[in-house]
Write a protein that binds this ligand. Structure first.
Ligand SMILES: *Cc1c(COP(=O)(O)O)cnc(C)c1O
Length: 510
């Protein structure tokens, strides 16, 4: 090769070296826009947004999405932009009532994505259950598990399901069956520390203690990958493997809440020793070797706007322990979701999901995705805004206590103030703190324990460009630099209600 080529190839490659200096131009996106959606509102319409905000009682959930000119970072769930391959599959959807084409394709894709050991062992015994979203799969699993446990004579109040941290709907579904959802997040990683890239791990020591003392009360152990509740933090392969070793010793099935399985695999590849030369696909196969079942909301790493699933490993521990489970699950689906071959979705949705699962393990996509979140987080760090570190896979979490340097009373709910003022700036974030997790009982506010006080910016997949997110960072900086001008809020409706953050109304305390 001519020297001129080799010289410049070497120079160009330096542009891609990680970690990139903070201000360096980033990777080009590994995709192109194939369709665009113009906003129906303008950034300059600040006064209009004030009116709307007041009319919805400062509650971000009620704020109409079409009036948000900037980034809507309320959730990364079901908010993905689909690829042209996915859109083409929607047109090819087979809407047959029974055994539609997408069902067979999805089954094959599940084996492709998660490994051939998930393939049915006996044709008539179903092991893959489609649902319209993750929580419907959770409801089905825990309702049928509770039924079978009760039949075996267990007292449901004593049943414990440990996890690195259950997602809130998972926890609610366990508790709805009168069982105990136990969170065992690892201790050493609880503080912000860049040296622990796997803050999502389970505390193996405490898990083992529980299994030693109470194994008869524990029908399942769960790992959420990535661990959403502690900030979208990944779980290491070593932690998954060791959890498997411990649960195997006590003959207790291990399940994954796999909603962000591909993002978790990316972190393993890039942050865990021994995985750098493996492909994302190989890492996914290994993760799923260690479990007996999984459920997922495919509104995340399925890259679709709707869909979820529960899958049981043929001949796994769960399958052996509850041979009647699949029959009950099928009945549940027929009662609630429709024919099991579409599980509450349209046939076309299944085909879009097949394509989404093919795309999501693409390493260029994942690198761009996770680096985009990191770049946004790094901009906030540059502005001295306190966030959970290391930066997780799908969201940035602003630490509200540190943001206000402990000023203000707990009952000012300053996280709500932040989300309200961010809407005026033109962007939507989500309070996940003293209001969302606190309770009001007998005229008294009960704070969440352990104390969590965050405002989350969740990044939808394939939707925004870097500059959109940097604009959000700049608006947050304005609030940070002028925090003495941010008043607390007063709750004018719904303080005592369950799931109150979805329903409440507020006004600024002036
Ligand atoms: C979103 C989510 C769920 C619930 O899924 P839905 O599709 O929202 O019902 C469960 N677990 C995790 C980790 C999630 O992120």
């Amino acid at each position: 090769m001519l020297d001129v080529y080799t010289f410049f190839i070497k120079e160009f490659k330096k542009l891609l070296d990680f970690p990139l200096p903070a201000n360096q131009y980033f990777l080009p996106r590994p995709y192109r826009n194939s369709s665009v959606q113009f906003r129906k509102c303008r950034l300059e319409d600040y006064e209009e947004r004030v009116e709307i905000l007041e009319s919805v009682g400062l509650n971000a959930f009620f704020f109409p999405a079409q009036k948000i000119p900037g980034c809507d970072l309320l959730s990364d769930s079901g908010t993905t932009t689909m690829t042209i391959e996915q859109w083409s599959q929607l047109l090819l959807g087979d809407e047959a009532y029974g055994a539609n084409e997408g069902y067979f394709e999805l089954k094959e894709q599940i084996f492709e994505t998660f490994g051939q050991e998930w393939r049915q062992a006996v044709p008539q015994i179903e092991n893959m259950f489609i649902f319209h979203q993750g929580r419907a799969a959770e409801y089905a699993l825990f309702a049928q598990l509770a039924y079978l446990l009760k039949q075996k004579g267990y007292n449901l109040n004593e049943i414990i399901i440990p996890s690195n941290s259950h997602f809130d709907t998972t926890q609610a579904n366990i508790e709805n069956q009168q069982m105990i959802a136990l969170n065992l997040p690892c201790q050493e990683h609880l503080t912000n520390n860049e040296q622990y890239p796997f803050r999502g791990n389970i505390d193996l020591k405490r898990l083992e203690e529980y299994l030693e003392q109470k194994s008869s009360q524990i029908p399942l152990v769960y790992l959420t990958i990535t661990n959403n509740t502690v900030g979208g933090q990944p779980v290491s392969m070593a932690n998954i493997r060791q959890t498997r070793e411990i649960t195997q010793r006590y003959q207790i099935p291990l399940f994954l809440d796999a909603s962000r399985f591909a993002e978790n695999a990316w972190f393993i590849k890039h942050k865990e020793k021994g995985y750098h030369s493996k492909t994302i696909q190989e890492i996914v196969y290994e993760m799923f070797q260690y479990c007996d079942g999984f459920h997922a909301s495919f509104k995340k790493d399925g890259l679709v706007n709707i869909g979820g699933m529960l899958v049981i490993k043929p001949n796994g521990l769960f399958y052996q322990k509850y041979p009647q489970f699949w029959q009950r699950l099928i009945d549940h689906q027929i009662l609630i979701e429709g024919n099991p071959s579409y599980g509450g979705l349209a046939g076309r949705d299944l085909k879009a999901l097949v394509q989404g699962l093919k795309t999501v393990v693409n390493e260029d996509y994942l690198t761009y995705r996770i680096k985009q979140v990191e770049k946004f987080g790094n901009k906030l760090i540059e502005y001295n805004i306190p966030i959970i570190r290391p930066i997780g896979g799908h969201a940035i979490y602003i630490d509200v206590d540190k943001f206000f340097n402990q000023k203000g009373a707990d009952e000012d709910f300053l996280g709500i103030s932040l989300t309200a003022l961010m809407l005026i700036a033109g962007h939507r974030l989500c309070e996940l703190g003293l209001y969302a997790f606190g309770k009001y009982r007998n005229g008294q506010e009960i704070l969440p324990r352990p104390r969590v006080n965050y405002v989350r910016a969740a990044i939808p997949r394939l939707v925004y460009e870097d500059q959109d997110l940097l604009a959000v960072a700049e608006a947050i900086k304005v609030l940070y630099n002028n925090q003495d001008n941010i008043p607390g809020v007063e709750v004018i409706y719904g303080r005592e209600l369950p799931l109150r953050h979805f329903k409440s109304r507020f006004k600024f305390k002036i």
